[in-house]
Design a protein around this ligand. Sequence first.
Ligand code: SAH
Length: 245
Amino acid sequence: MPATPAWPPASTPRLFLDQPLSDGALLTLDGAQANYLANVMRLKAGDPVRLFDDRTGEWLAETNDAGRRSVRLRITAKLREREAVPDIWLLFAPLKKDRLHYLIEKATELGAARLQPVLTQRSIVDKPNPERLRAHMIEAAEQCDRTALPELADQEKLTAVLANWPEDRALLFADEAGGQPIASVAPGAAAILIGPEGGFTDEERARIRAHPKAVPISLGPRILRAETAAAAALAAWMTLYGDWR
Ligand code: SAH
């Protein structure tokens, strides 16, 4: 059935497939994706599914058959092109499991283009599991209608991040010790840096502020939890310079 404004219905399941999609393609899904479609969403032959691949955009597929262990789909129409993602990165000190899950999910919903864990002196988590972070990111992208995934960069030490910083990108350093209002920042490619639960050390603060591309920003007079600060800073940036206008 061709896509029209009323079709597919809002309740249509939406999945990320890590393979290039094309019109007329026949796909066989198994494992967790088959389980989700067949057993959770109780998909039947003829039911629609929306698929995106972070490459070509979003497609409408039709269910050929939905078995408990494998589901076969056929792509029948292109729904959308892969969207242009606002050029904002989020760098964050790794947090404890649930708070890190929240941060990854909110950063994806809020439209970040790139996510990178940054090891700081007071980080209490040493190395979050990249596969788990990627799974949270994909789930959030499926839910929030993104057709482009954020890039998930490998964790790096703060010193290395600063040493290799791209000279065309502002580093908006969320400094709980104070900074300028985010609205006073010049538009353009940017990154937001959020510290760990324990904050930045004075040595780190001085090192970041000494960086030519660093712009200390304040997120108001209250001390926000790191995951709150990440979401708040992204929301402010989206309002001023992103795709919320
Ligand atoms: N334990 C520290 C706070 C750390 S909050 C203290 O009590 O001072 C975790 C991170 O969130 C901070 O490193 C900073 O990046 C960000 N953050 C929290 N509140 C902020 C604010 N009002 N302005 C700017 N950044 C803030």
